[in-house]
Design a protein around this ligand. Structure first.
Ligand code: NAP
Ligand code: HSE
Length: 429
């Protein structure tokens, strides 16, 4: 017999959980009307039962024991928005084994154990919905699984971390310091519990693993992705990049050529007129190229309470539809094999380089020789006014293999007139 109420259990009620809860409360009537079933929040597990909560939930709904949610036979849908890997992995597995559908925003967990958890879901005839795990409120998972499924996706490229985009925007538009901008992103609820995951590029690599897996129909190991964060990006580089006509963004890029994947996350100089250069603050934008549809771009808030809550609620509603219609809604990911990956040293890049050199005749020639010997061709070179006999030189190379560029860097370090290489960033046109 069909139920007229479906019951939800939350694991976590922080930034994302509270956003989702507010949407469920505010749009309760609208959601029931669209769904034809009423949704009821039955239990919420949190860490600290004494914390004041910005919701209308009755106090007896709260528990600090995850089992009270995942083992409750009345609960149909478990929403995991607590983050972390070990407890979340066990709780989701238990919830699926107990016959519940699962909704999660946990990209760390999905990128590492998504295959294992989706296999449990498939065995149980259930599903895991994870729209909120990439791009906050931007629809990405559903478009890849459904609307674009007839395409062979050639390329995925975008800004998929709100915290680092917020920091880079504040540094480049307001000349703010890194630490100050990070503290603001944390206060606004964009950053991870451990913000090192954001600024060191890991969060973006988890999201790229999830996106690339769906885009290229392949299992992705995190080791397949080259990852560099923004901790080495200095205000000085952002200013020089602007002088050269570029904006610095943390880009995630995936590409399939001849059946092999190229996967990388790193700070990148992109032309100031590139559409991604205008993506500011916590906004994300993802650019996809499909062999039939051509170029498609998705843009919106990539982090934050209500935007991410919006994606969570959409997944709750999808899970509720599956329960109502007695379908599992297809786990395509379970059929993926593993495609080969092009090692980073074989990939091509353009490079921006900032270095300090002795201000004496012939230094440019020595630089040109070192690059020439490594077969690296230079596109732009500029020397800033020297201080105390030391010149700051900024240059941009043409496309070069990562391996050849590394060789050129080793040669440069042997040139006595080159004091230090202060910054190396990649450039995408
Ligand atoms: P958060 O604000 O730190 O909230 C975490 C919640 O989980 C809190 O309510 C906390 O309880 C609870 N919790 C943590 N460990 C627990 C445990 N062992 N047992 C019971 N409750 C526990 O985190 P968030 O920003 O909402 O992020 C949640 C998840 O969404 C993470 O996976 C994150 O990566 C992902 N995500 C976040 C965003 C965003 O914009 N913030 C966007 C997309 C995805 P207390 O309240 O008692 O501390
Ligand atoms: N910390 C993440 C970000 C949250 O800044 O993008 C959204 O996944």
């Amino acid at each position: 017999m069909q139920k007229d109420v479906l019951r939800i259990g939350f694991l976590g009620l922080g930034t994302v959980g509270t956003g989702a809860m507010k949407i469920l409360e505010k749009n309760e009537v609208e959601i029931s009307r669209k769904l034809g079933v009423r949704l009821e929040v039955r239990r919420v597990a949190v860490r600290n039962l004494d914390k004041l909560r910005d919701t209308n939930l009755a106090p007896e709904i709260f528990t600090d024991n995850l089992d009270h949610v995942v083992n409750d036979p009345e609960i149909d849908i478990v929403v995991e928005v607590m983050g972390g890997v070990d407890s979340a992995r066990k709780a989701i597995a238990r919830a699926l084994e107990n016959g519940k559908f699962v909704v999660t925003a946990n990209k760390d967990l999905l990128a590492q154990f998504g295959v294992e958890l989706l296999a449990i879901a498939k065995n149980q005839g259930k599903n895991i919905f994870y729209e909120a795990s990439v791009g906050g409120g931007i629809p990405l998972i559903r478009p890849l699984k459904h609307c674009l499924v007839a395409n062979r996706i050639e390329k995925v490229m975008g800004i998929i971390n709100g915290t680092t985009n917020y920091i880079l925007t504040k540094m480049s538009c307001e000349g703010r310091e890194f630490e100050e901008a990070l503290a603001e992103a944390q206060a606004k609820g964009f950053a991870e519990a451990d913000p090192a995951s954001d600024v060191e590029g890991r969060d973006a690599s988890y999201k790229l693993a999830i996106l690339a897996s769906l885009a290229f129909s392949s299992k992705i190991d995190l080791d397949d992705i080259y990852v560099e964060g923004i901790t080495g990006v200095k205000l000085r580089d952002i200013c020089y990049a602007q002088e050269l006509g570029y904006t610095v963004k943390l880009l995630a890029m995936g590409e399939e050529t001849d059946g092999r994947l190229k996967l990388r996350v790193h700070p990148t100089l992109i032309p100031t007129l590139h559409p991604l250069a205008a993506v500011a603050n916590e906004f994300n934008a993802i650019f996809l190229v499909g062999d039939a549809v051509g170029e498609v771009m998705f843009y919106g808030r990539g982090a934050g309470s209500l935007p991410t809550g919006s994606a969570i609620c959409a997944d709750i509603i999808d899970a509720a539809r599956c329960i109502k219609n007695e379908v599992e809604n297809g786990i395509v990911e379970a059929t993926f094999g593993k495609k080969a990956v092009v090692p980073m040293e074989e990939q091509q890049s353009r490079f921006y380089l900032r270095l300090k050199a002795k201000d004496e005749p012939g230094v440019f020639a020595k630089l040109a020789t070192a690059f020439g010997e490594a077969e690296v061709s230079l596109d732009m070179i500029m020397q800033k006014r020297s201080e105390a006999g030391t010149a700051e030189i900024v240059l941009v190379t043409h496309d070069v293999s990562e391996g050849d560029f590394a060789k050129a860097m080793r040669t440069l370090q042997e040139v006595p007139a080159i004091y230090s290489i202060n910054s190396i960033l990649r450039v995408v046109e």
